[in-house]
Structures are given as structure tokens and as C-alpha cells.
Design a protein around this ligand. Structure first.
Ligand code: FAD
Length: 480
């Protein structure tokens, strides 16, 4: 992975920059000790590492603004960070940058059940948002598997999703407003506690902008009443294509389950051994969950079972209780951990039209055979968001590079069948150099002009999202 050469002029001013930051922040909010900086040298894409020049952990929007103003005046790049769980290297620092983390900003600022809103500081974890309103019978819908750890800040920056986003949408569909601090320290309010806002829809530009445009310090989120109940059905097939067909048939029938999750044999085997979930011995498995009152659930699960039976399943297990539901979900929820126990892997994140699932699975199997690397599939099938896991041996010479090449081919195939490079993990550094397979030069230029407006000096989150060859010189030109 190519990264820009650190700016030696900035590094030579390190001590002076840190003195200014220290003066603007309370005592424990500046980290500059080399050993402590190691904690921040990577995110969950651990293949790439680089300790930053320093880390600042402000406690308020005003402190964020003060830090950014100093970095702006000093010409120091800033990498915004939530909890550091990005799988795309979105929070990877450069040696001449400051990491600005919001992990000390975890307060719930306002809740209104009548308006179905909650306003939070963005360092709060995703799960804590639901936790704050669960006693009142409400929840926050987007549910990344990392929800115990990841922050709302990162969710907004990556427009994150999860298993239940098939029904409720991803972050952008549940975000009403943000407080955004621009690189020069200016604080702006975008959107608010209402369904729509006058003027340009800048909120949609900010959500998913991967820390390129500003630092989000507060967010107004939509909360929803918790459904009466939810139950899944587990369906096993003797081929991945048939399972893919079943997904298309369910959606085509006009049913909207809350989740449709897919796992193929390597994943079923690994997760079953890891969790003891009691999964069937089959090539592919679906977990389809529906919500509502008990009679509503029974009716929907009945229709889904009928559709599934037409394709001759090897197993069809309808959950009749909370215990059975928990058992069905057990393996799926531990899928990434289970795979990590037995193999090194690269987790991809392409999205395709649901109707292309069977063809895409065939394509992945062909590519996997050609490269001689096993690919395990576990993904949110209902909305076509695929997570092929490329299994490789990190200790074998050249295997990481081979796995990366295979990953690039799979993501390119996603684009070819009408999908896109990322469903929920973002571009970061991981897919930066593939952006030209999705966008032509005019598209990329239009996107970079948006960044020019918000961050004319190109100081925010360097070397992410835009291919270096395309954005080369942008920082210098924009700063002139
Ligand atoms: C085991 C595991 C499972 C996962 N499952 C899912 C899943 O189901 N769905 C999913 O969508 N993702 C998933 N992820 C990926 C990851 O958790 C999400 O991308 C998450 O939203 C990142 O949040 P974070 O707070 O950790 O952000 P970070 O990793 O800290 O940062 C992510 C990006 O956000 C930017 N950013 C951070 N804070 C701010 C801010 N205040 N203002 C502006 N930009 C900011 C960063 O610069 C970076 O580009 C998973 C990750 C792991 C490790």
C-alpha cells in the first residue's frame, strides 16, 4: 500500500505544534509518548500501520474546534477517529498527522420520545444509543456487528449498516442532523430534529464522507419503537446458487424481512465448531428474520417457508421460541471471530443487485479456484451487501499480495454486475486505488471539488478515498 512521504517540514515543527495543542486541551487529552502512540497506529485493517505524530482526545465541540484551528494554522494533517474498528483503513494515520479521537465524547445530550429523536456526542458507541432508550421501549436501528465497540462518529463517516438494515435502512436513513467542525475550526449545524431541512441536503454529503470534509462532534438520530417480537427461520441448501435464488424469490414476493443472512459451507463449518450452534451439514444456509406480533410473525414465516420449500431445502427450521432464535443466531453473530481463529483473512464488502446473487456466487467460486485461495461467504444477502472472506496464510511468501489481487478482482466483478465497491465498510485506503473501476475521471473530479470546498488545504484524513494518482498535487494546488 503506497502512502505519501511524510512532510519533513511538519515533523521538524512537532514540538511547537504539540505545545500549542497542549495549551488548548486539559492535561490527559494529548498523547505524544511513542509507546502510547502505538495504540493508534492502525484500525481493524491491521495489515497497514503507522504511528501518528500525536493523538488528541478533546472532550467537547469547542475543544475539537480549538485543535482543528491550530492544525489548520500549522498546516498539520488531521485523521478523525471514533473507536478504530474500520475494516478499510479509514482511520490509518500518516507519520506527519495528528489523530483527533472523539472517544471521550460519549454523552447523551437530549432525548425526546415524542419526537423519536436522541442527540448524542459522537464518541458514544452504537449499542449505547439503543441502551439509552431501551427501558422506554425504543431502539436505534442501524446495527453493525461491531456495535459494542464502534462509535456513532465512525458509523456516520462510513454510513454503516448491519443485519437489520434491510428493513430499517443504513445510517443515512436514521440520521437527522450533525454538528460539524470544519478544518479551520468553524462550527456548523447541518439538519436538525425534523424529517427534512430547508436548503441543500448537505447531511447526505456528510454521511459517508469518511472524515474528508469535517469532524462530526454531535448527532441527532432517529429512534424507533421496539417491535413486539422477532423470530428467524434457518434454511439450508445443497448449493450456494439455490440459496441465492431463494433470497431473490423472497424479495420478489414482496416480503420485507428484517434480516436475510447468508453463510456458505466454510463459514457454516467454522462458526458451528466455534459456537456449537448446531447448524446443518449443507453447502449454504440462510437465516431469515421477521418482526411483529406473534400471529404476524407466524404468517410471514409461513410464506417464507413455502417459498423456500419450492427450492428443495436440506433443512428448514422455524424458530418457535426466544431460546431457539438465540441458537439460530449464535453462529452467525460469531462468524468473523470464528473465521479469525482458524485462518488469516481479508474481509471484502461489495454490494450487488440482489437478482445477481446466484451469478455473483458462481463468479466468486471461479475466481477462488483460479487463484487457489479459499473464499468463505457470510453476508447480508437481503440487500446484496456481500462479505466474501478470502482465506490465506500470512506467513506464506506472497500470499497476502495474492489475496489482495483476488479481492480486487471480486470487487471489480461487483461493479461489473451493476453493484459497487463498498456496502458499509467504506473506501478508506483499502479500496482507494479501485475507485477508478467505479467512477470515471469526471465523477472523481466532481467529488474532489466537494472536498476542495470543505477542506481547501486537503488536510483532513490524508491519502484515503481518492486514488493517490488522481489526487496527487491536490493538496498543494488547493492550498495555494
Ligand atoms: C468485527 C467487525 C465487524 C464489523 N461489522 C460491521 C457491520 O456489520 N457493518 C458495518 O457497517 N461495519 C462493520 N464493521 C466496520 C466498522 O465497525 C464500521 O466502519 C464503523 O462504523 C467504524 O466506526 P469507528 O467508530 O470504529 O470508526 P473509526 O474506525 O475510528 O473510523 C472510521 C472512519 O470514520 C472517520 N471518522 C471517525 N470519527 C469521525 C468524526 N468524528 N468525524 C468525521 N469522521 C470521523 C475516520 O476518519 C475513518 O475514516 C465491522 C468491524 C469489525 C472489526
Amino acid at each position: 500500500m503506497q502512502m505519501p512521504t511524510p512532510d519533513t517540514a511538519i515533523l521538524s515543527r512537532r514540538a511547537a505544534v504539540l505545545r500549542r495543542l497542549a495549551a488548548a486541551l486539559p492535561e490527559p487529552a494529548l498523547i505524544s509518548d511513542p509507546a502510547a502512540l502505538r495504540t493508534y497506529e492502525c484500525d481493524a485493517l491491521t495489515a497497514y500501520r503507522c504511528p501518528p505524530m500525536a493523538v488528541v482526545l478533546p472532550g467537547s465541540t469547542q475543544e475539537v474546534s480549538a485543535c482543528l484551528r491550530i492544525c489548520h494554522e500549522e498546516g498539520v494533517p488531521v485523521v478523525p477517529r471514533g473507536s478504530g474498528t474500520s475494516l478499510a483503513g479509514g482511520a490509518l494515520p500518516t507519520a506527519d498527522s495528528i489523530i483527533l479521537g472523539v472517544s471521550r465524547m460519549t454523552e447523551v445530550l437530549e432525548t425526546s420520545l415524542a419526537d423519536r429523536i436522541i442527540r448524542v456526542q459522537t464518541g458514544i458507541t452504537n449499542l449505547s444509543v439503543s441502551g439509552a432508550v431501551e427501558d422506554d421501549g425504543f431502539f436505534y436501528a442501524p446495527d453493525p456487528s461491531s456495535q459494542l465497540a464502534c462509535a456513532i462518529a465512525g458509523n456516520i463517516a462510513m454510513n454503516s449498516g448491519g443485519a437489520h438494515c434491510l428493513k430499517y435502512g443504513v445510517t443515512t436513513n436514521n440520521l437527522l442532523g450533525v454538528t460539524l467542525v470544519l478544518m479551520d475550526g468553524t462550527v456548523v449545524e447541518i439538519g436538525g430534529g425534523h424529517m427534512d431541512a430547508p436548503g441543500l441536503d448537505l447531511l447526505s454529503v456528510i454521511c459517508g464522507s469518511e472524515g474528508q470534509l469535517g469532524v462530526v462532534t454531535e448527532a441527532m438520530l432517529r429512534i424507533l419503537p421496539r417491535p413486539e417480537g422477532a423470530r428467524p427461520v434457518l434454511i439450508g441448501y445443497d448449493s450456494s446458487e439455490t440459496a441465492g435464488q431463494c433470497v431473490s424469490d423472497i424479495i420478489k414476493a414482496g416480503i420485507l424481512p428484517v434480516a436475510i443472512e447468508f453463510m456458505d459451507r466454510p463459514c457454516i463449518r467454522a462458526t458451528d465448531e466455534f459456537s456449537g450452534a448446531g447448524y446443518p451439514d449443507c453447502e449454504a444456509m440462510l437465516i431469515v428474520e421477521v418482526e411483529g406480533s406473534d400471529p404476524e410473525i407466524d404468517e410471514q414465516l409461513g410464506i417464507i417457508s413455502q417459498i423456500a420449500r419450492r427450492l428443495d431445502p436440506v433443512e428448514l427450521r422455524v424458530s418457535g421460541s426466544a431460546e431457539e432464535s438465540a441458537r439460530i443466531w449464535l453462529g452467525r453473530k460469531s462468524a468473523f471471530g470464528a473465521m479469525g481463529q482458524i485462518n488469516d483473512y481479508i474481509c471484502l464488502d461489495g454490494t450487488i443487485p440482489v437478482s445477481e446473487l446466484p451469478a455473483m456466487l458462481r463468479g466468486i467460486a471461479d475466481l477462488s479456484g483460479r487463484y487457489g485461495l479459499e473464499v468463505a461467504n457470510v453476508f447480508h444477502a437481503g440487500d446484496g451487501n456481500m462479505h466474501p472472506l478470502i482465506l490465506f496464510d500470512a506467513n506464506a511468501d506472497g500470499e497476502l499480495e495474492k489475496a489482495e489481487e483476488l479481492g480486487a478482482e471480486i470487487l471489480t466483478l461487483c461493479v461489473k454486475v451493476g453493484g459497487c465497491l463498498t456496502g458499509e465498510h467504506g473506501v478508506g485506503v483499502e479500496k482507494r486505488d479501485l475507485m477508478e473501476t467505479q467512477f470515471d475521471p469526471a465523477d472523481l473530479e466532481a467529488q474532489m471539488r466537494v472536498k476542495d470546498v470543505f477542506d481547501p488545504g486537503w488536510l483532513l484524513n490524508p491519502a484515503k478515498v481518492f486514488p493517490l494518482s488522481v489526487s496527487a498535487g491536490r493538496r498543494g494546488i488547493a492550498a495555494e
